[in-house]
Ligand binder design. Sequence first.
Ligand code: PMP
Length: 392
Amino acid sequence: MIYLDNSATTPVDPEVLEAMLPYLKEEFGNPSSRHYTLAVNAEKAVEKARSQVAALINAKPNEIIFTSGASESNNFIIKGVADYMKYYEEKGNHIITSTVEHKSVLQTCKFLNGEVFNNNPTKSVASRFIKKQAVKKIDRGFEVDFLPVNEYAQVNAELFEKTIKDNTILASFIYGNNEIGSLNDINLLSKISKEKNILFHTDATQVLGKIDIDVNTLPVDFMSFSAHKLYAPKGVGAAYIRQNGLTNYKLTSLIHGGQQESGYRAGTHGVHNIVGFGKACEIAKRDMNEYIKKIAQLEVESKKMILAKYPGTEFLGDPVNKIPGVIGMLIPGIVNEMFIKDLGDKVAISAGSACGISEPSYVIDELGYKNKTSSFIRLSISKNTVLSDILI
Ligand code: PMP
């Protein structure tokens, strides 16, 4: 099987697996148990991983909170900031995001906006009951503006600035689009937020280990990450929370309970997963420059091959400011689900985000290609890909 769906998830790096194994075998202690060696070892392993994740973005270890993944980080940060800023600080209740965010941002913002009751009403066992609820909008105390984007799925800075109001507390924009790879100008958008004194979050899930992120020069307050996009296991991620005068933990916990993660995320640590995430970040810091060059080159070659085989293919997204290796395209005359199934024994590619499975891509829809969503294919290259893999 040739795997070209690395934006959905990546295989675990052998070095990562090796680092994890002791924590699935003899080093099984609970880091919160503290006083005996097995627990101390587990705690040390979690703290080492925290330093490794922090180092990749030039952050301080205490700015990293481990979560179960980027969906949780997005929920934690957005709901947590909204709650804290409205009810504790009494600063306001207005949030700004865009129409092409990952679902875990979009649905969270819709929830706060009073629109969402159940994540997937049509598939629920209690669907009739929930469908009835879903049409009802309630007042959860927040208003959200969903900004439209340009042809490359990028947020316009002027429009963003104009949308900020006196009661705006938070802006959240995706760093790199998960379907077509375009990068938002997060540097500019976060600078605007700072000038206007509002908090800024970016979902950086698709860019960690693919572009340089340095929180000393990038004025973001919060970021979300997921390990499984970075050759590490599923079920672990992180929230970056800036620690300085302005931001200092201005958010409410999502998972209440024990005092793990400075009290911001209760629950026994998945030590083996956290260790894997840390190792993956260490590897990314070490090898990124080299493998990114290779991936970018493969992308150029792949596009040539695809165009030769499927004349008229339209590559979507910003051709320059993009995540290396993500190819979002419209292939004329195909029906993507059939196309993917036909290739399914040999090659793994996708029709968009794995989280939007069985629905046409709303990102492609938003870009004005409403009638063409069924010809959309995403192919995403990893550090393991070779040119002969591009078999579509
Ligand atoms: N944000 C983006 C941009 C993503 O691509 C994904 C993964 N599809 C997520 C958030 C959710 O990450 P996780 O699977 O770790 O919850």
